[in-house]
Design a binder for this molecule. Structure first.
Ligand code: SF4
Length: 94
């Protein structure tokens, strides 16, 4: 007989700060994301509405208790384009 260990039944001790697109103001009725361009996605980007995530364009719906936007919730999630260093391209010419 298989007996589950007590720790598998315990609630996690950490708070999960991820959100679902369902509670985001940028999610349109069609399911498309109106902030797709700022995320580098196509205009027709339709994210999974149930997937837990941290998204740099998240804006909570008015009905949400926690009204913090992405840059406040996850300050380390976003980086300005200036702070991103790209690898330099090597010349292929001799
Ligand atoms: S902005 Fe982010 S959280 Fe909001 S609908 Fe688009 S992908 Fe989802």
């Amino acid at each position: 007989m298989l007996i589950e260990a007590p720790e598998t039944l315990a609630e996690p001790t950490y708070a999960d700060d991820r959100i679902r697109c369902l509670v985001c103001r940028n999610r349109e009725r069609s399911g498309e994301c109106s902030a797709a361009a700022s995320l580098g996605a196509t205009r027709t980007y339709r994210p999974d509405e149930f997937l837990l995530r941290r998204c740099e364009a998240f804006l909570p719906r008015a009905s949400e208790k926690d009204q913090r936007a992405a840059r406040v919730r996850w300050p380390n999630l976003t980086r300005s384009a200036d702070s991103i260093s790209l690898p330099t391209q090597r010349s292929t010419k001799p």
